[in-house]
Write a new protein. Structure first.
Length: 271
């Protein structure tokens, strides 16, 4: 027998699946974006014997392609870690490494501060987690008052570049001074994370607490400087899914309207 409630639910759930597919396609070129999957499963004999459907959704945390960029503050992670960013209240976790220096602090595309650790002259961690900072003086063209440039390495360490001239020989000597190391977080169950932004996530009871350290520790991965991780959206896969979902939507909606019409006719006969 035709289940009108089941068909109505199918229409609603298929619309949710289409919304997810369209959102994925809109972000196919967004660095660090992780594709979302929405799936539905038939639940037999639920709701007083009537068929029903249950929804499950999840983020695909596959490794995205890493591409080089000319921006020294762009960073990408190869592995399962996340960059740690803070909005002034709490931490968020992201694979989107489109970082810039703003007002002397390193921030992401939404203005959240990139967290890290101060380093001593030997490159050892010498502080608790705090925003990564590096001031730039437009008059002297120096960073931190004494560095002509800066760079990151594969461990996510930020170095100030200093050039000195020997007054006797006129020879130039370059040196790199360790300043900060970006923090990297990981989770026992990343699929349990909740979205707090387009490319940002927050921990939940299901994900477990963040394990925060630095690149190279355990499963925290390695950092690619002057690089970005591309989206995990598969255009062909999403397009095919949209086509199938559209067919299901139209079929279920047509069946729902037909049954609704028959139901109205039956009520008319009763009256």
């Amino acid at each position: 027998m035709f289940d009108m409630d089941y068909s109505a639910n199918a229409v609603q759930y298929t619309q949710q699946r289409l919304n997810s597919n369209f959102s994925n396609l809109q972000n196919q070129f967004t660095p660090g974006y992780k594709a979302e999957q929405v799936q539905f499963q038939d639940l037999v004999n639920g709701y007083g014997g009537k068929g029903a459907m249950v929804q499950s959704s999840g983020i695909v945390f596959d490794q995205g392609q890493i591409v080089g960029t000319p921006n020294p503050t762009n960073l990408a992670i190869e592995g399962s870690g996340f960059f740690v960013v803070n909005d002034g209240i709490r931490n968020h976790y992201t694979r989107d490494g489109r970082f810039t220096l703003k007002n002397g602090e390193m921030v992401n595309a939404t203005g959240q501060k990139v967290m890290g650790y101060q380093l001593d002259d030997q490159g050892n961690i010498a502080s608790e987690a705090q925003p990564v900072s590096l001031n730039f003086d437009p008059q002297s063209k120096l960073y931190g008052g004494k560095y002509t440039g800066f760079h990151f390495d594969g461990a996510g360490k930020l170095y100030g570049e200093r050039t000195t001239i020997d007054p006797l020989t006129g020879n130039a000597f370059s040196a790199s001074v360790p300043l900060f190391q970006v923090a990297v977080g990981a989770f026992a169950n990343p699929s349990g994370l909740t979205k707090t932004g387009n490319t940002a996530f927050g921990e939940t009871e299901n994900s477990g607490p963040a394990i925060i350290g630095t690149a190279g520790q355990g499963a925290l991965g390695r950092v690619h400087p002057s690089s970005l991780e591309m989206s995990t959206v598969d255009f062909a896969q999403e397009s095919a899914a949209i086509g199938m979902a559209k067919q299901n939507y139209e079929a279920n909606f047509a069946a729902f309207r037909a049954m609704d019409s028959l139901k109205k006719q039956a009520f008319g006969l009763i009256r």
